[in-house]
Design a protein. Structure first.
Length: 176
């Protein structure tokens, strides 16, 4: 399931209770992102439900501070389901739409594409991969999947290529 938490910029549409207008304003579609998420999960080889929260920097900052002790916003956070409690749940992802919009502008693509890049990156973390310690395995896998899913340059390639990027997952962080 994908949940949209309106940012300040979306308050007018949110106040009217017009969720369709919120999605349209962003150039996103719940159905489109849900379909992509399912394709990306299959490509990663991950089963189980993944809950996604699309929110603003304020919410990601709060989550990052609460769960990682980092008092700053980030673009994506991954929360793998605890093994004993997972059942059919793979984990949760939180994406900052504000940070994603800035990164999309920096890299010359749409918010839709940036959110998809972030979802793929988060799914790889949920699957147990960690680019900070794996000797390039996650970077290689993300590159292959990005091409397969027709996505622009991924997060790890940006960092390795010297591009500015902020992202993280529970317990892990790549410096900006």
């Amino acid at each position: 399931m994908i949940t949209l938490e309106p940012t300040r910029e979306m308050e007018a549409a949110a106040a009217r209770g017009d969720e369709a207008a919120l999605w349209k304003e962003l150039g996103l579609s719940r159905a489109g992102l849900s379909g992509f998420l399912k394709r990306a999960q299959a490509a990663v080889g991950m089963s189980g439900e993944v809950e996604v929260l699309l929110a603003g920097d304020k919410t990601l900052r709060r989550l990052n501070r609460t769960f990682r002790g980092k008092n700053k916003a980030t673009d994506v956070l991954s929360f793998p389901a605890a093994e004993g409690f997972a059942g059919g749940h793979a984990g949760d992802l939180a994406v900052s739409l504000e940070t994603a919009a800035r990164q999309a502008a920096e890299h010359g693509h749409t918010l839709r594409d940036e959110v998809r890049v972030l979802l793929l990156h988060g799914l790889l973390h949920l699957s147990g991969m960690d680019h900070e310690v794996d000797g390039g395995e996650m970077a290689a896998r993300e590159t292959v999947l990005r091409r397969e899913l027709r996505l622009p340059v991924g997060l790890i390639e940006r960092v390795e290529g010297g591009g500015k990027v902020r992202h993280g997952r529970q317990g892990k962080r790549v410096a900006s």
